[in-house]
Design a protein. Structure first.
Length: 245
């Protein structure tokens, strides 16, 4: 059985539960999803500061996991930290931002992203640019709802996402819509029903891609960019497992 760790970037268990359900919806019955919540970090990630804090909590959660696993999903849309996991792990690591965008590129010429807060759109744009996918992105729109409020009023959340997704398609020319936040995975069905375009849930896509990489016997190249960190003294290192290298 393949085991995929799906790591929430924030410390809110309710968000982890939503992420876990989305990941399980995307994989086969023979794949086990284990969802992790960091033991420290921000309750939600909505700024550069919080994104960098969360990256350390995610590393700690993965390195402190007591058991074997075959792949990791980094469940933060537009957040940093995926590269650090690739440095220290030998199993495949898939980020939900890139997974959503890569999947969307297989389904249409252009895609758009609907996310939570407007202030997070530059970070998403940066991640897409770094991944070489920005040229296929027709636009990034927000619903102006904090991550932790997405589940508070489902009717309002769904309506807001459908409205912004429709604008991406009708005004920006997107042919595929990506949901740009792990905490809103449950909105997928409503947006797909309202619009006649494919809708990609980054968590489900990332889990399936991670499962596929394991099945293909492939993992991160260690030739250069993601080679293991050189052994050195790292003072005050807070992560479980001791030394950074």
């Amino acid at each position: 059985m393949t085991t995929v760790l799906v790591v929430n970037v924030n410390t809110t268990q309710a968000v982890t539960d939503v992420i876990a359900a989305a990941a399980r919806s995307g994989v086969s019955a023979t794949t086990r999803i284990v969802a992790l919540t960091p033991r420290f970090g921000p309750a939600s990630v909505e700024s550069n500061y919080e994104s960098h804090l969360s990256a350390v909590g995610v590393l700690d959660a993965v390195q402190g996991f007591d058991g074997e696993f075959d792949a990791v999903v980094h469940a933060g849309f537009g957040e940093v930290g995926r590269e650090a996991l690739q440095d220290v792990l030998t199993v495949p690591v898939v980020d939900i931002t890139e997974a959503a965008a890569h999947t969307a590129c297989l389904l249409g010429r252009s895609f758009g992203v609907v996310t939570s807060l407007d202030r997070t759109t530059p970070a998403i744009g940066d991640r897409l640019l770094l991944a070489g996918l920005a040229g296929r992105c027709a636009g990034i729109r927000s619903v102006d709802l904090p991550v932790l409020d997405l589940e508070a009023n489902p009717e309002v959340t769904v309506k807001a996402f459908v409205e912004q997704a429709r604008r991406l398609v009708e005004e920006d020319g997107a042919e595929v819509v990506c949901l740009g936040c792990a905490g809103m995975a449950g909105v997928h069905e409503a947006v797909a029903a309202a619009l006649d375009v494919p809708v990609v849930d980054g968590v489900a896509a990332a889990a399936r891609l991670a499962e596929s990489l394991v099945g293909l016997g492939l993992s991160t190249s260690k030739a250069r960019s993601y080679a293991p960190p050189r052994a050195k003294d790292v003072r005050g290192w807070p992560l479980r497992g001791g030394e950074a290298g």
